[in-house]
Design a protein around this ligand. Structure first.
Ligand SMILES: Cc1ncc(C[n+]2csc(CCOP(=O)(O)OP(=O)(O)O)c2C)c(N)n1
Length: 376
């Protein structure tokens, strides 16, 4: 049994796309009213494009081009809404599934592909301005929440936040999942962030599964309620509603940057695909459950809302074309990536030469030389 939704759950769009704010959404409506049509269309476009990218990357993995792919299928609204809520000076700490968070901030999707192909340890340089203050993926569950807490404490020490200027004050979002919420790291991060009033938004995507473990095994209480134990305000939002995800995150970030300390958001969503390309969810969950979440698809919801507001067939067709072109471009660039530069494996382990690494380098060279033509 999944813990029940909170009565104060923030939802603006019902599953069928009608504008039907819950009582908990009332305070956020001015932020949603302020959105221009072009911004609403951008939210939709972001979601459709990342779904095409995600499908393409899954196919590329199946074709042997990538070692692994963690799909974001189904979680597009939580990710787009929250990332679009961040200001340019904000910092984003993803986990490993937040592909559209990264691309919205400027990361080239081929850098995510390079990581999942095993060509690079990190993926991209978070200090390069073109990457929009996006930290690199981390596969060690929950560790990014500590990186983020330390970074947030640094913002406080360096007086880069809470100066009273929302155009300059910096804040951050850290993404993690329902499974990760059981990690000690997350709890330590909450203690430190709260004690130091770090301008940090803990953005939990509750996609209901940690590989094959259901969220009901992770917690006896709705996950957002844990924040109270750290003295942190928290809220539960319908993570398949891009408008609610946007407004809740924007408010939390602005409260945090104003000196209010950290905030926690639990976005209720669903991992519609497999955990990764190494997983088969039919082994542990029912098709009834999958179908019930398919009826809450975040893209269909926004599509219906925009359609009712008068968006044209041309607009929707244009978005589909853009998404297909984006995915094609990723495929073409992936196929041109080539092989691993072997030195990458050894070059960043120690800062100085190390006999063990030298031995491993020699071993690999001998091994490769043992094949006909000198290459495995
Ligand atoms: C510290 C640690 N323990 C275990 C794992 C293995 N592992 C990888 S993903 C995963 C489940 C994570 O679930 P959740 O945090 O809900 O995120 P999701 O993958 O559903 O987005 C586990 C147990 C890991 N990567 N790191």
């Amino acid at each position: 049994m999944t813990p029940p939704d909170d009565p104060a759950l923030v939802r603006v769009l019902a599953a069928d796309g009608t504008f039907a704010p819950t009582p908990g959404a009332e305070r956020y409506l001015p932020l949603i009213d302020a959105l221009a049509d072009s911004e609403l269309e951008t939210f939709y476009r972001d979601m459709v494009v990342v779904r095409a990218f995600d499908r393409q990357a899954t196919n590329l993995q199946r074709q042997g081009q990538l070692a692994l792919w963690p799909p974001s299928f189904g979680q597009e609204a939580a990710q787009v809404g929250s990332a679009r809520a961040a200001r340019p000076q904000d910092h984003l700490f993803p986990s490993y599934r937040e592909h559209v968070v990264c691309t919205i901030r400027g990361v080239d999707p081929i850098d995510i592909i390079r990581l999942m192909r095993g060509l690079t340890h990190g993926g991209w340089d978070p200090t390069d301005p073109k990457n929009g203050n996006t930290r690199i993926y981390t596969l060690v569950l929950g560790s990014q929440t500590l990186h983020a807490a330390g970074f947030g404490m640094g913002l406080v020490f360096d007086k880069r936040t809470a100066t009273g200027d929302p155009e300059k004050d910096e804040a951050l979002i850290v993404y993690y999942g329902d499974g990760s919420s059981s990690q000690g790291d997350v709890h330590e991060a909450m203690v430190f962030a709260a004690s130091y009033r770090a301008p940090q938004v803990f953005f939990l995507q509750n996609n209901h599964w940690a590989i094959s473990v259901p969220v009901s095994t992770q917690s006896r209480t709705p996950l957002f309620q844990r924040a109270a134990g750290y003295g942190m305000p928290s809220i539960q939002v319908d993570g398949n509603d891009v408008l609610a995800s946007y407004a809740v995150t924007k408010t939390a970030l602005d409260e945090a940057r104003a000196g209010g300390g950290p905030r926690a958001i639990e976005a209720l969503t669903y991992r519609m695909g497999a955990h990764t390309t190494s997983d088969d969810p039919t082994k542990y969950r029912t098709s009834d459950e999958e179908e019930s979440w398919a009826r809450r698809d975040p893209i269909a919801r926004m599509h219906a809302y925009l359609r009712a507001r008068g968006a044209s067939d041309e607009f929707f067709a244009g978005v589909e074309e853009d998404a297909a072109a984006y995915a094609d471009d990723v495929r073409i660039r992936t196929n041109a990536l080539g092989d691993l530069d072997r030195e990458v494996m050894f070059g960043h382990v120690y800062s100085e030469p190390h006999p063990l690494i030298d031995e491993q380098r020699r071993w690999l060279a001998d091994y490769e030389a043992s094949f006909e033509g000198g290459k495995a």
